[in-house]
Write a protein that binds this ligand. Structure first.
Ligand code: SAM
Length: 177
């Protein structure tokens, strides 16, 4: 399992960002997003997309992220601009995860992430050591983790399927592709 834990949602300011963390986790091959604290308010939007475009993808909400992090039974990757370069540690992380018995938790922040997260993580990973975004770092990290295979994933139990077009938009009911 690969789960994404979103910490530190700021009401008002982070609504779309937290939604996009969930949608990106789903689209790029994670199995689950865990929305902590006020971020739980975005669960319905992510679940609605899963209902329409398929899964499996789980959305969990927790009051506080600390127990999830502390009790995680597997490896923890914290994405941070201060971390080790993704290109240096990606193969080590892939190997640790290859045995699917070792579930991977990918942690992304919003505002300043408390230092104990850095200490708890098995890897602090930077997607470049430049400041940017939790959505961008999550997307690149998942693509590296899955070595691009997530792009070919087939979603199950979808109501709607997008048919790729060079120009224009084509969305059909599932089963009619
Ligand atoms: N300045 C904050 C700090 O010191 O923790 C981080 C703010 S940043 C807008 C929000 C989140 O984006 C971070 O918690 C981290 O998960 C992610 N992020 C931003 N830049 C990153 C990078 N270069 N590599 C990995 N993750 C990054």
């Amino acid at each position: 399992e690969v789960a994404v834990l979103r910490l530190g949602h700021r009401p008002g300011r982070d609504e779309r960002i937290t939604t996009h963390v969930g949608l990106t986790a789903r689209a790029l091959g994670a199995d689950r997003v865990i929305l902590a604290g006020d971020g739980a308010s975005r669960a319905d939007t992510v679940e609605d997309i899963t209902d329409r475009f398929g899964g499996p993808f789980a959305v969990d909400t927790v009051d506080s992220w600390r127990p999830t992090l502390r009790d995680w039974d597997g490896a923890v990757v914290h994405l941070t601009m201060y971390g080790e370069e993704v290109q240096t540690v990606e193969s080590e992380i892939r190997e640790a995860h290859r045995e699917r018995r070792d579930p991977l938790l990918v942690v992304v922040g919003a505002e300043k992430v408390p230092f104990d997260v850095y200490e708890t993580a098995d890897w602090n990973v930077g997607v470049t050591n430049q400041p940017h975004s939790e959505i961008a770092s999550l997307a690149v990290f998942l693509d590296r983790l899955f070595e691009g295979r997530e792009l070919d994933r087939e979603f199950e139990d979808a109501e709607k399927v997008v048919v790729p077009q060079a120009v224009g938009k084509r969305v059909v009911d599932a089963g009619d592709e």
